[in-house]
Design a protein around this ligand. Structure first.
Ligand code: 7HD
Length: 288
């Protein structure tokens, strides 16, 4: 008879810890090798004391519960977790090309073919999440990593929840990506749904193409500009790209373009059809 698969028990001694890869608000990430299998991963180390002080234990529990059950090429895998007296360890997929926002800052803004391919991958990942009634709620360049083949991977599910969700969350960090319905709940329905990720996808498309977020300003002005959707798209952005941004950045969540329609949008088709990809890839290789 089939051996029952042994429960995945991990402990720190099983890993050889390598160089630090980065640090976040509540811990650090290290390159790590699982000794027995030689498997390379990223080990996120969180300090329980800091999580308690920051009142984010619940978020970390949710991040573990949600991300452990996801398997998609454009979502960073969480293979397992364990803890000792002082720390919680998340065994994460290693993304070979690091944090997307660093690439964006270095290139200032992405060419349209690269932005379109990234948005197509984001739409595929969000479709997968929404099918499981999970909304990420914190889509922004800082929460996206790049795999060894240049594919993007959504990471950091600390703010993700199961939809619908009518609790207002105390937000920290940038307001730039917040949709109007999370800033000012309209009328009686203070519920918001997965459609919050569609708004953020619009903000992400704009930032990939322009190098800054559409409503960037000092906080109070940003909130006003978001709820009124006051933004201008620079002239160098193509008409098709501008059309997609305008169909995602719609104040009424019900009127935002669907993820299916994002995947079928002319701007996406134009840059993501096989032939196009080959020419873009050679352009990218030529740059190296
Ligand atoms: C705590 C904490 C830190 C962070 C931000 N962060 C994520 C990583 C990271 C992860 Cl989780 C997975 N794979 C990675 N690969 C890199 C990387 C690769 N290169 C060539 N350069 C880097 C950097 N970083 C990865 C690191 N820091 N979130 O929570």
């Amino acid at each position: 008879p089939q051996q029952p698969s042994s429960p995945k028990l991990f402990h720190l001694g099983m890993f050889e810890i390598g160089k630090p890869l980065g640090k976040g608000k509540f811990g650090r990430v290290y390159l790590a090798k699982h000794r027995s299998s030689g498997f390379i991963c990223a080990l996120k180390v969180l300090h329980k004391s800091e999580l308690q002080m920051g009142k984010v234990e619940k978020q970390v529990r949710r991040e573990i519960e949600i991300q452990s059950n996801l398997a998609h090429p454009n979502i960073l895998r969480l293979y397992g977790h364990f803890h000792d007296a002082k720390r919680i360890f998340l065994i994460l997929e290693f993304a070979g090309k690091g944090e997307l926002y660093k690439h964006l800052r270095k290139e200032v803004r992405f060419p349209e073919w690269k932005a379109a391919q990234y948005i197509a991958q984001m739409a595929a990942a969000l479709k997968y999440l929404h099918k499981k009634h999970v909304m990420h709620r914190d889509i922004k360049p800082e929460n996206i990593l790049v795999g060894i083949h240049g594919e993007i991977k959504i990471s950091d599910f600390g703010w993700s929840v199961h939809a619908p969700n009518n609790r207002r969350k105390t937000m920290c960090g940038t307001l730039d990506y917040l949709p109007p319905e999370m800033i000012k709940p309209t009328g009686n329905d203070s519920f918001y749904s997965e459609k919050v990720d569609l708004w953020s996808l619009g903000v992400l498309t704009y930032e990939f193409l322009c190098g800054e977020a559409p409503f960037e300003d000092e906080p109070l002005k940003t909130q006003k500009r978001i709820v009124r959707c006051e933004m201008t798209v620079p002239g160098y952005v193509s008409a098709e790209a501008k059309d997609l941004i305008k169909k995602l950045l719609v104040v009424d969540p019900e009127k935002r373009i669907s993820l299916e329609d994002v995947e079928r949008h002319p701007w996406i088709i134009k840059h993501c059809v096989k032939g196009e990809r080959a020419t873009n890839r050679s352009a990218e290789l030529a740059k190296m």
